[in-house]
Design a protein around this ligand. Sequence first.
Ligand SMILES: Cc1cc2nc3c(=O)[nH]c(=O)nc-3n(C[C@H](O)[C@H](O)[C@H](O)COP(=O)(O)OP(=O)(O)OC[C@H]3O[C@@H](n4cnc5c(N)ncnc54)[C@H](O)[C@@H]3O)c2cc1C
Length: 371
Amino acid sequence: MNPERVAVVGAGAVGLTTAFELATRGVRVTLFERDEPGAGMSGRAAGICYDAYAEDIDVAVADRAMERFRELDGEGDFRFHETPYVFLAREGDDPAISALEEAVEQMQRHDRNVALVDAEALDSYSIQTDDVGVAGVCSNAGWADPKAYIDLLVAKCERASVEFRFGTEVSIRADPPGVAIDDVVTERYDVVVVAAGVFSSRLLENAGYPVALKPYRVQALVADCEYSGPIVYDATDESYLRPHPRGVLAGDGVELAEADLNEWDSTADEWFVSDSLDAVTHRTGTAPKLARAWAGLCGATPDRNPLVGEVTSNIYLAAGWHGHGFMWAPAIGEMLAQQVCGENVLPVSFDPARFEGTESFDVLDGMVLDE
Ligand SMILES: Cc1cc2nc3c(=O)[nH]c(=O)nc-3n(C[C@H](O)[C@H](O)[C@H](O)COP(=O)(O)OP(=O)(O)OC[C@H]3O[C@@H](n4cnc5c(N)ncnc54)[C@H](O)[C@@H]3O)c2cc1C
């Protein structure tokens, strides 16, 4: 049975999608956002999307998300730019080469349109391939501007009569579920969905429910140059790039250490900018000029699967994306809305209750080849 009133906390890609999907099922939704929509990590994402996953549940989620992105293409200013995703390992990097070969085999076993190719087969892709040992080419891939997705979902939520409470920071109350504003006024709801990104752990911990989620810092930049090639992930130097209206958007700079939620640096490091521009020159053969650079936080879990499901009675969580939260948002929002409305669709491997929430674990990157 559908709940009557649901509070969603966080107007990022995940919270907005969930709010919209709930509203289309006849639920009265109030969406709380402490800042403005997209002000969290969704507004900082690179917008890369693909279905090149090796695990069956990841494949199913990615598949559905890509289907939704394509359905939304052309609505408002949102565009899904079909672009192949080339992931490569350099000659001599034997561990990366083996991991890539194994990953492609598993992707193919899951019926993904992913080919294992050598450097010569990449000749038509307008990238430099002299150093490539082996590569995977994923055809079901593309990119979208995360801000355009946010704007579209805000408009869709508005049309679906979602109540917006932007500029409102809340804390969580459980048993019965509700949200508190300024820790003073508590509003009760049938269900509360916590989609506050990496800040979800703090919200739930303060409510007495610790969750196994740690933030880690990542960086990206946009550079002016001529580039119209594929999305590229170089597993040897762990960098990526994709075409951008100004030239390229490139990233790496993952710090595999827990960041401090209160004191993290949102500006890009000098070493990152310099290394990334070199990586773009190396791969595209262009002379990129920095337009802007930034840093953000991603959420890690002990097993690199996300935390999506009920944490305690009628309090749901959706976080812990290991850098895949934007590309999964259309599917996760839909699945979470179905679950909240009584359909049992979420996999046990995403269940937040699989962890105590207090265990210690190391942060592992999400954009790797062996998943
Ligand atoms: C540089 C960079 C590049 C990335 N590239 C990609 C990519 O190419 N593809 C991909 O899939 N993912 C990418 N990601 C990851 C992606 O950005 C995240 O996984 C995704 O945006 C998470 O969405 P979300 O809605 O869960 O969280 P967020 O977008 O962070 O939204 C959470 C919202 O909750 C709000 N909030 C927090 N606390 C409260 C509170 N107490 N009360 C009210 N509101 C609150 C915040 O203000 C925020 O707006 C990238 C991330 C970064 C930083």
